[in-house]
Design a binder for this molecule. Sequence first.
Ligand SMILES: *Cc1c(COP(=O)(O)O)cnc(C)c1O
Length: 400
Amino acid sequence: MYQNFKSHLETELTNIEQAGLYKNERIIVSPQGAVIRVGDGKEVLNFCANNYLGLSNHPALIEAAKKGMDTHGYGVSSVRFICGTQDIHKRLEASIAKFFGTEDTILYAACFDANGGVFEPLLNEDDAIISDSLNHASIIDGVRLCKAQRYRYANADMDDLENQLKTAQAQRFRLIVTDGVFSMDGNVAPLDKIYALAEKYNAMVMVDESHSAGVVGKTGRGVTERYNLRGKIEIITGTLGKAFGGAIGGFTTGKKEIIDLLRQRSRPYLFSNSIPPMVAAAGIRMFEMMDETNDSQDKLHENTSYFVERMIKAGFDVKPTESAICAVMLYDAKLSQDVATLLLDEGIYVIGFYFPVVPKGQARIRVQISAAHNREQLDKCIAAFTKVGKEMKVIITPNP
Ligand SMILES: *Cc1c(COP(=O)(O)O)cnc(C)c1O
């Protein structure tokens, strides 16, 4: 049997390779940070991590994680409802609720699981899920696991959302689902308008804050802060794997009854291990730090505006962003790969994205800014882009 299956897999892999879609993973031999050391010992500036607040290698979190291991051990060897709930898991859940201004929180091993386990327990075939067309894969998979009627609206298109809401009046309950920040463009979901439509058409709202938490809003409380909607959104999901230290872990936070029911029925919660004590302990410390100072958020916002302004001035076509994601548009797939390769030669690590990750003819380099970047590093990145941009003739306006 395996001989046949093996040749089937080999064909599949060859097809992926020939389509130019084979993903080769780059080996990093240092901690995550603004500067990383890659496999061959070379040091490069990293502009493709989700390390938005520069916390991935923060000494205070490492210390809290070590302490957490000393007091609570390495692992819990249990799901939450059997013997996997420690005091620190409950404290972390409370910290997350406080951060977002919500009523309660349930932890998962990842946000992929939070999204995978949120729809099916809450809604059934009598209900409707109305989902943005650019929502994250984990939302798409979560919706697939649920029997609710599915509606899709074009990215951030409020006319389309309104039309879908009108049709969805046929169902009992309606839930609008959106990413807070869309990962390929860096645009923020228009949550004020979504909320107004939800009120008008009697729907609930769920926001995935994975790319927006820690980033969007003056204090990084996410899109509900940005639009003054704290406490008003029924469901927020998010990850501890991006701005919040970047280790592992996800959560759903929101209305108390929703969280209660998820604890009873959400399958990735009931049938998967608790997050390690060190992650819970460092998470608690991380949310304390968010309350102590706004320095990282301020630095991130300052860095992002600086970078975007200078890149536009240098003649690049940068998509308008309200997050730490800056899409440098190149349109051509091969060009995006060539530019990324040349940038790496200049010591700048960025990734070029092309179809099917983004629409055909919309290839780009996604630059992710961090509070960990200093001015000199940002300047080095801009200078490298300018050099390579001139070489590859992708600069659209002359230097002013
Ligand atoms: C990264 C991401 C996830 C997955 O988060 P993990 O905790 O890594 O599983 C889910 N949703 C969105 C919008 C994301 O960007």
